[in-house]
Design a protein around this ligand. Sequence first.
Ligand code: C2E
Ligand code: CA
Ligand code: CA
Ligand code: CA
Length: 278
Amino acid sequence: TAKRAHLGTSVYEPCLDQHNAAQLTVISDLRRAIDQAELVLHYQPKADLRTGTVCGAEVLCRWQHPRLGLLGPDRFIPAAEETGLIEPLTRYVLDHALAQCHTWHLTGWDVPISVNVGAQCLQDRTFPEQVAAALHRHGRPPDVLTLEITESAIIADPLRATDVLTRLRELGVRLSIDDFGTGYSSIAYLRTMPVHEMKIDRSFTTNMRSDSSSGAITRSLLGLAHNLELEVVAEGVEDEETWTALAALGCDIVQGYCLSRPLPADEFAVWLRDRMLN
Ligand code: C2E
Ligand code: CA
Ligand code: CA
Ligand code: CA
């Protein structure tokens, strides 16, 4: 892990034990970070598995902490969920990502974006209006936006979550169920949740070639999703062999280091331009 930290500015150092004391500071500093725009958004491309065409980017949040350096989401998202700061954080990410989207639009790139939505947002009946307002503020149509939600966000209060999701869908944004297969009772909820897309968790795709049960689970999830007419994104795809295996299974979209790591907006733009020229 120490090695990874030297790879460049877009790689942060994973959580270390000696940072426990710092964790407290992290929580008390988060509110200020949101107010003072210390959160940085990175973009990771997704591609159509058959054609290799880039079809969007997932927005992943980092925190440029004034003293602790660049922190990964695992250092502050759980704390944000616990303290209620996840709602202002989600609004921040939506707002900044849609502003970026508008900038790209002006240069002729219409890159659809996927934003991770904190669990508490799905319990907030005003959330759909907040999303509509953010789209309006940046003059972006709803279909440029996919919201990634997790199963745990639904389980907390399924009826209320369904109500919020239904209104988001009516708004015209796309909905994706993230980390699928890692939560509880997921299959039962799939029938009633108005989602468009399923993301198969990295834990299955990473091991699918070496471990036959991961392969079987990936295959089953793909079958299940396609029967429900959902698009399937395989996340955490690191090598060509896995890409090929997923293509053989009929997976739709791929995301992972085999395409690119998450990149700051300017580096993402360079990456995209180079790729389109090839
Ligand atoms: P996630 O939504 O499942 O995001 C995918 C994670 O997998 C990202 O980690 C990404 O950098 C990493 N990843 C992508 N491709 C590969 C690969 O090929 N191999 C490996 N080993 N990893 C890959 P990251 O950026 O550290 O984010 C961790 C989690 O933090 C995310 O998991 C998401 O749950 C949460 N998160 C990140 N940004 C936000 C945000 O803006 N809002 C909320 N609510 N949660 C966020
Ligand atoms: Ca996600
Ligand atoms: Ca995921
Ligand atoms: Ca994950």
